[in-house]
Design a protein around this ligand. Structure first.
Ligand code: ATP
Ligand code: MG
Length: 563
């Protein structure tokens, strides 16, 4: 991939769409949909599908629907329906008035099933789930026909009606398509269309006790919404003949959408299955779906990722037919590019070391005007207080410094950003030898960090005034997993054995006083440290909690090169 020209050429989906348009197919219309099942929060993989579907609609002046694929009553919940809407909107997409639910079509889906029965294309089967499975055959050997395959249409209609009426127990019967038990495609061997499930649905309540399968509901829902291009992930490629078969049998549908498959997004050092993410939430391995370590949209948002960065990422990775794994570093690269221009600068200290300027008047305070952004004057300036006692970062002082260490040492002057040059005069330690304080002197002639005498000082470090700084909880995050592909359980180990025990570090630091009223969700670059976002859940007025969104550089890349 050439990062300088995202989506420069037409990907295969756009090629298909452009061909369809020039051939006048669907009257040139482009109508896509994003069809999540409301059984979990959306993750970065879904973002790829969202950007693709809504992006295509936008590019070709078409439409994209949001459709909840809610055909499985036991795993679905309104909490998810709400979070999904919030996340799609936050990503910057709009379904206008086209939010649909597969459950809205339950009656129509039932009537289409009756039509299939009437055409001799579906039958009620009494085999148990186990028999169904064992009779299905293998990819290399044909399946066995069900003893109920040749029931009369009247009997099938009667049994199907009674299935709906609740006369039978869960699993007692299914409605199956009547296709071909010898088909080389196992999905065409009389697949189930309806199952009995006496369960309460989050929208239809107790109205139904039979529920359509994904394969049956999805193609008809697409057709009912006049979808032109039904884009899904590669695992559905083998389902496509069934998608087409069902639509081909039925009368009364407005169109026959084209199913197109693309490779799903896989990312290093995380998992993307909703089932696994749910496990992390339920077993309290993380603090919830929106834990800033989660690859969910809600987690990324809380951590401080921007919708712009996620969209840019999705644009850069593009769409392809081949499975691949994308390095998390690319997402972080997009994020840094975006935050570099939009994040206000501020100073914060993660691990404080106190310094006292012995020649600075006691009780004196002065204010420095510091630009909020080094190259964007429109972001304005802020006032930052300076006084005799300051905090600097522990790692910005070394007693025995290596050659290329340009920060503060007993022998080396350093610049306090936008303030003064200082020299260390005395290192104070406790009984264990730990440095507790530095006594320094400042050069009053260097106000603003300037050197009128032209002397060269290489190092510039950040600082906060001890008397003015705001103590703040700062949360530092690392990868959630220590293994590149935790999803791969071929070594027989559960993915959770690879959870990174150090994925969260909570520290007490200090930030500029001006951040006291920083709004939840607002983002800053703490100079020299990285980008930080005010936590939207745990911050209280006057007490912001900061999440480190991302460091300024990819520290992992460095470590890995060394290793
Ligand atoms: P589950 O993990 O529960 O099996 P899912 O991740 O496929 O389900 P859905 O709610 O069915 O979740 O997904 C909605 C849409 O998002 C589907 O069109 C699906 O193909 C797409 N999608 C899901 N995961 C990814 C991914 N990693 N990359 C790209 N698209 C994805
Ligand atoms: Mg799915």
């Amino acid at each position: 991939m050439n990062p300088s020209e995202p989506s420069a050429s037409l990907d295969f989906i756009r090629q298909i769409i452009e061909q369809d348009r020039s051939a006048g197919k669907n009257g040139g219309r482009v109508h896509t949909r994003f069809p999540p099942e409301p059984n979990g929060y959306l993750h970065i993989g879904h973002a790829k599908s969202i950007c693709l579907n809504f992006g295509l609609a936008k590019r070709y002046q078409g439409k994209c629907n949001l459709r909840f694929d809610d055909t499985n009553p036991t795993r679905e919940d309104v909490e998810y329906v709400e979070s999904i809407q919030e996340d799609v909107r936050w990503l910057g997409f709009d379904w206008e008035n086209r939010m649909f639910f597969a459950s809205d079509y339950f009656e129509k889906l039932y009537q289409f099933a009756v039509q299939l029965i009437q055409k001799g294309k579906a039958y009620v089967c009494d085999l148990t789930a186990e028999q169904f499975k064992s009779d299905r055959g293998t990819p290399t050997s044909p399946g066995r026909e069900s003893p109920h395959r040749n029931r009369s249409i009247e009997e099938n209609l009667d049994l199907f009606r009674r299935m709906r009426a609740g006369e039978f127990a869960d699993g007692a019967r299914t409605l199956r398509a009547r296709i071909d038990m010898a088909s080389p495609n196992i999905h065409m061997r009389d697949p189930a269309l309806y199952r009995i499930r006496h369960a309460t649905h989050h929208r239809t309540g107790g109205q139904w006790c039979i529920y359509p399968t994904y394969d049956y509901a999805h193609c008809i829902s697409d057709a009912l919404e006049s979808i032109t291009h039904s884009i899904c992930t590669l695992e559905f490629e083998v389902h496509r003949p069934l998608y087409d078969w069902i639509l081909d049998q039925l009368d009364g549908l407005p169109c026959h959408p084209q199913q197109i498959e693309f490779a799903r997004l896989n990312l290093t050092y995380t998992v993307m299955s909703k089932r696994k993410l749910l496990q992390l939430v339920e077993e309290k391995q993380v603090r919830g779906w929106d834990d800033p370590r989660m690859p969910t949209i809600a987690g990324l948002r809380r951590r401080g990722y921007t919708p712009e960065a996620i969209r840019e990422f999705c644009d850069r990775i593009g769409v392809a037919k081949r499975e691949n794994v994308i390095d998390m570093a690319l997402l972080d690269y997009c994020l840094r590019q975006d935050l570099e221009v939009r994040a206000r600068r501020a100073m914060g200290i993660l691990r404080p070391l106190k310094i006292v300027l012995t020649n600075y008047p006691e009780g004196q305070t002065e204010e420095f005007d510091i630009p909020n952004h080094p190259s964007d004057a429109a972001m304005g300036i802020r006032k930052v207080s300076f006084s005799r006692e300051l905090y600097i970062e522990q790692e910005d002082f070394r007693e025995d410094a290596p050659k290329k260490y340009f920060r503060l040492t007993p022998a080396q002057e350093v610049r306090l950003r936008s303030a003064y040059l200082i020299k260390c005069q005395k290192v104070i330690k406790d009984a264990t030898g730990k440095i507790t304080e530095l006594q320094c002197t400042y050069d009053p002639a260097t106000r603003g960090g300037n050197t009128p005498d032209g002397r060269k000082v290489k190092g510039t470090i950040h600082w906060v005034s001890a008397a003015h700084a705001l103590p703040a909880e700062i949360r530092l995050y690392d990868r959630l997993f220590t293994k590149e592909d935790p999803d791969n359980e071929s070594d027989g180990k559960d993915f959770k054995t690879h959870l990174n025990p150090n994925s969260l570090e909570v520290i007490q630091g200090f930030v500029e006083a001006g951040l006291r009223d920083a709004q939840p969700g607002s983002r800053f670059q703490f100079e020299r440290l990285g980008y930080f976002c005010v936590d939207s859940m745990d911050s209280k007025p006057g007490h912001p909690v900061f999440n480190r969104t991302v460091s300024l550089r990819d520290s992992w890349a460095k470590i890995e090169k060394k290793g």
